[in-house]
Design a protein around this ligand. Structure first.
Ligand code: SF4
Length: 406
């Protein structure tokens, strides 16, 4: 999971990088045509794959890179905002972030993995089936549909259905078969690009969800030859909790059920589908605790979208979950295009840095290992994972998978 070489920068500099990462996540970054032509996403640099949510500020019909590294090794997902004050430009053969004409940092884009250039046995581009995340994580979004939409009850921060509508099949948004997932997992493991994978999607009726996840696990095992493929099944809290046992028996090492918000009042308003259709907030919490009994301490995760409810509520939830053996975590709320909350604003970067530092402290206090908080998350590239890396000197120097174009 980590490389031998460690970041050469002192911790104070790494904290500065982390603040820059938070800012680039919240406000996005622009990129000049020269820089984009130079890094050539989908050829040299790893390109974005639109799975689940469009995270850019605007829908686009050209390729954009998936992410880049800052000098100390902190990785930043590329979030395009042509109006951002931070602009990635070309300086000779260096790609740099500038702000008001001043250089802020040099950046290195992520190299396109080999399996992105391969096809599945039925002719699909593998890059459209599974996305490689930073730090050796593979992510499968089997579908971009959420059935809550039919009743107008999709979560107000979510743009999953909108992303499907605007990008569609030609950009790789279609229902993935278990075989396609198995083949892509095998190619990524064969390339030694990953050591963890996640299977996720929108909400589908629970019998269908269970059967699909079992078929996917079987296909991954068959194609990779791995019985334990270190997989996370991201699911809705099933009304019949015995289904959680089935996910475990199928070979998933971890599971995730995202409760999204801790305050029940906010939950009713922001997540009406989850509140009314899937057993409600209390049932989700009950299911998470049940899952710890099945998968074990530190092997169940629940995410919250932070920045909508008061911070003290989110922290209360993170504490409660951790004490029950659940890795509670959060994502930075980006008011995405097409979501009900489009046009709203996230809190400032320092708000998130503070929450991330407290989250990391909660994880450590409750006895989770770095391996556990990595395995159960789709990507261990969050601010809270980075803080753990900075504190414990786990941050790799610019990684081999960074693009060297000089
Ligand atoms: S449950 Fe909510 S967050 Fe999840 S896919 Fe559906 S609308 Fe989006």
């Amino acid at each position: 999971m980590t490389t031998e070489k460690r970041s050469p920068l002192p911790k104070s500099k790494l904290w500065e990088e982390l603040r820059l990462k938070a800012e680039l996540g919240i406000h996005g970054v622009a990129i000049t045509k020269q820089a984009l032509d130079f890094v050539r996403p989908a050829e040299l640099a790893q390109e974005q794959v639109h799975n689940l949510f469009e995270m850019d500020f605007f829908v686009h019909d050209f390729e954009l890179p998936s992410g880049y590294d800052l000098p100390g090794g902190i990785s930043v997902p590329f979030r395009w905002n042509p109006n951002s004050a931070n602009i990635i430009d070309l300086d000779g053969s260096r790609t740099i972030i500038t702000n008001k004409g001043h250089e802020v940092a040099e950046v290195r884009f992520h190299k396109r993995p080999g399996f992105y250039g391969l096809k599945t046995s039925d002719g699909q581009d593998m890059a459209t089936i599974g996305a490689l995340y930073r730090h050796r994580a593979l992510f499968f979004a089997y579908s971009n549909e959420c059935s809550y939409k039919d009743r107008g009850e999709d979560c107000a921060f979510c743009n999953i259905n909108h992303t499907k509508d605007v990008y569609g099949e030609k950009k790789g948004i279609f229902w993935k078969t278990p075989r396609q997932i198995g083949e892509v997992a095998a190619a990524a493991f064969a390339e030694n690009a990953v050591d963890h994978l996640t299977v996720s999607g929108g909400i589908i009726p629970e019998r269908r969800e269970l059967e699909y996840y079992l078929d996917v696990a079987e296909a991954i095992q068959e194609h990779t030859g791995l019985q334990d493929f270190n997989g996370t099944a991201v699911v809705a809290a099933p009304l019949d909790l015995r289904q959680i046992d089935r996910f475990h028996e199928a070979g998933y090492r971890t599971t995730a059920m995202n409760i999204e918000l801790w305050d029940k009042g906010f939950y009713e308003t922001i997540c009406p589908g989850k509140a009314r259709t899937s057993g409600g907030w209390d049932h989700w919490l009950h299911a998470l605790k049940y899952a710890v009994g099945v998968f074990g301490h530190g092997r169940v995760r629940s995410n919250m979208v932070a920045g909508i409810e008061p911070k003290k509520k989110t922290l209360e939830g993170l504490e409660h979950l951790a004490a029950a053996g659940v890795v509670g975590t959060f994502s930075v709320w980006c008011p995405n295009p097409g979501s009900e909350l489009e046009g709203h604003r996230s809190p400032v970067p320092e708000w998130y840095i503070d929450l991330a530092a407290k989250t990391t402290a909660i994880w450590k206090k409750n006895g989770f290992t770095f391996q556990q908080v990595s395995d159960c998350n789709a990507s261990n590239d969050s601010l809270q994972h980075d803080i753990w890396r900075i504190e414990d000197d786990l941050l790799p120097s610019l990684q081999e998978s960074s693009l060297e174009l000089a």
